[in-house]
Design a protein. Structure first.
Length: 386
């Protein structure tokens, strides 16, 4: 059995096509990430969640915070997704919500819409697994307590999934610790006969695990744990010598950022780019016109998040008036000057903004050229004032 390097900078055993269905779609950018809750009974020191999500009962579809199922369905459609990965937190702590969103996704996008779910083992029961299967979950990925000495309870919960899912639909997902290789081997030996796949993740630093990671490990490229990749490849070599049946996939940090994330953006940008936008691969280049009352600067995102409903209404009305005035003044087609109510600004082409910058400024508006990602939060990469 050999180790293969895939076309998206990950590694697997058997052959490059021997990946779980969820991994195939994910690396192609075809999965929406449905973060169903941040609630979790565990306090895993290595959990990389951001403070915007960790331990908070909020719902996110990709970068879109969702108030209801409609929001999640809209983001899924905008992302041109062929499936979803439901994660948390622990989806079983909000089981009815998880079931509700699963059914809604299947109903709206069809039976072929592939849904996998990540489950900490704490609240796994046969009853919960049966409900997940009935609702439409296609693939279960367990987050086991794989480093503990007694694995009997962990293995029994994972084995229970085989009552409702085929072997190829049941797997485990674990991080690669540089200093826990022997413990990880022991877990793999114990679980391999009950699962169809094992996904190994390169260990990364994030908001909620920075203290733990910085105390115990060294980093490379600012956020990746040094030695994690080497440990994962050693684990793959060990499994190869054992000739175990489960598919094994090592998902690197590069796989996530350079393939999974960017491919997802490439699919979304098709649906959200306006006639005024220039598209550079997965990046939007556009002109953004900001009211002098609310311009990007120090704590801009914080200011945006703290705007009250009445303030938002006031700013929206002011921007709408300025938009109408600019449409007449610059003789623009309506579609070439969009009101972005989410970020309290107007959007137009770089050419229009450069050509008419002085006229725009006369209306109490500051024009800028911006580079942004096509995410729901329009993550800004650069801004240059005109």
């Amino acid at each position: 059995m050999r180790i293969f390097r895939t076309n998206f900078d990950s590694f697997c055993l058997h052959n490059t096509k021997a990946l779980p269905k969820g991994c195939e779609l994910c690396t192609e950018g075809k999965k929406v990430v449905l973060f169903i809750t941040g609630l979790c009974q565990r306090r895993c020191a290595y959990c990389p969640l951001s403070w915007k999500r960790a331990y908070l009962d909020k719902i996110w579809a990709n970068e879109k915070e969702c108030k209801n199922i409609r929001d999640a369905l809209k983001e899924t459609a905008l992302s041109n997704a062929a499936g979803a990965g439901i994660t948390g937190g622990d989806p079983l702590l909000v089981l009815e919500r998880t079931l509700k969103y699963t059914r809604a996704l299947k109903k709206h996008f069809g039976k072929t819409f592939h849904i996998h779910i990540y489950l900490p083992t704490d609240n796994v029961t046969p009853q919960a697994l049966h409900k997940l299967k009935t609702a439409g979950i296609d693939e279960v990925r367990f987050h086991p307590k794989f480093l503990q000495q007694n694995l009997i309870e962990e293995i029994s919960k994972i084995a229970a999934a085989r009552r409702f899912f085929s072997r190829s639909q049941v797997g485990c997902e674990i991080p690669a610790f540089p200093d826990k290789l022997e413990e990880t081997k022991r877990f793999v030996d114990a679980v391999q006969s009950y699962i169809g796949f094992l996904n190994i993740n390169e260990l990364e630093a994030g908001d909620s695990n920075t203290v733990f990671i910085s105390r115990h490990y060294k980093l490379r490229d600012d956020y990746i744990v040094r030695g994690s990749k080497e440990a994962a490849l050693k684990l793959l070599s060990y499994i190869a010598t054992k000739h175990y049946k489960p598919k094994v996939h090592f998902c690197t940090a590069s796989t996530k950022s350079n393939y999974q994330f960017r491919n997802r953006l490439r699919r979304r940008i098709i649906n959200i780019a306006g006639p005024y936008d220039m598209v550079n691969d997965y990046i939007l280049l556009r002109a953004a016109l900001y009211s002098d009352e609310l311009k990007p600067g120090f704590d801009y995102e914080k200011k945006l998040s703290k705007i009250t409903a009445s303030q938002k209404t006031h700013l929206y009305k002011q921007l709408r008036k300025k938009r109408h005035k600019l449409l007449r003044k610059l003789k623009l087609k309506p579609e070439m000057l969009k009101l972005d109510s989410e970020r309290q600004r107007l959007l137009t082409s770089i050419e229009i903004a450069q050509k008419n910058s002085e006229e725009i400024k006369e209306e109490g508006i500051s024009p800028a050229i911006v580079e942004e990602l096509p995410t729901a939060d329009m993550l800004q990469l650069s801004l240059v004032w005109l």
